[in-house]
Design a protein around this ligand. Sequence first.
Ligand SMILES: Nc1nc2c(ncn2[C@@H]2O[C@H](COP(=O)(O)OP(=O)(O)OP(=O)(O)O)[C@@H](O)[C@H]2O)c(=O)[nH]1
Length: 299
Amino acid sequence: MIDVYLLSGFLGSGKTSLLMNLISQLKEEGKKPAIFMNEFGSISIDSDTVGKEKGIPLKELLNGCICCTGSEKTEAQLQGLLEENDDIDVILIETTGAAHPVEALDAVYSPLFADRLRVKGIITLADAKRWLEREKMSPQIRSLFMEQIRHAHIILLNKTDLLSESELATVSMEISNFNNTAPIIQTVNAEIPFSYIEKTLNVVPNPNQESIVSGRNLPLSSKLITFDSPVDKEEFEEWVKSLPDTVYRMKGYVPIRGITNPYLFQYAYGMVNWLPEYVKMDPRLVIIGEGIGQLEYVE
Ligand SMILES: Nc1nc2c(ncn2[C@@H]2O[C@H](COP(=O)(O)OP(=O)(O)OP(=O)(O)O)[C@@H](O)[C@H]2O)c(=O)[nH]1
């Protein structure tokens, strides 16, 4: 299993700085990290910087952000990365600053990789100065900025050098009230030992919950459901409608009674989408949401 870490955070919060720090630490430890990056538009300056680090596989999604270009493309990219490099230990994903954490998670978690990738969690860079000035943001941007912090499994309160001690105390307190499950680490230039991140996110997963995002009391988690036998499509859709609205995303291959191959099933924001598959995929479904550990499909 390859460990996957998602680096989240608003535009300019320090994600690239963190990525560079972590790469050099991992290389010092003799590990082989791979990087997945995404930026809006075409060639990004960030990828040029990282490309200078020799010997690290870099797959960049150039045509938009990792989360909105469709998961097939991400899956293909990940597949390529895994095929070309069979000795990767860790994958670091720098999500675009405009990504919602659920979308970022969604992009890396595919039923295709359930046996190969272990998503360890989301590390969010929170720009301390921007937090203080968040009232100046438009409501939509502010909400994204705050969602990234709310769903973090570890928060790096970055750019602390730009704040006075009393401002820093205020920001730390406000953020810990806002997300009371993630540890908050004050950083400058996103300097943090990788061993801390590894240790914090390294908890033994509960085998009953098949949690893909491991960790204790995490705000966001995922769950894998496998199907032993084909289901009735209408009953399945009824079940989908009955789910709590803290289920944000589902995708996978659902075996339908009377149809040869499992259908590709997608669910996002209340919308359901079915697509026939020409290949027989393993019948399993991934659910991403909050408080979903006990969800089961029963006909
Ligand atoms: N003063 C200060 N500047 C910082 C700190 N961390 C990062 N910066 C600067 O902030 C700018 C953005 O940092 P990046 O690491 O590129 O942030 P990013 O989140 O990758 O940015 P985008 O790719 O644009 O979303 C750079 O000019 C950094 O040098 C910090 O702790 N203090």
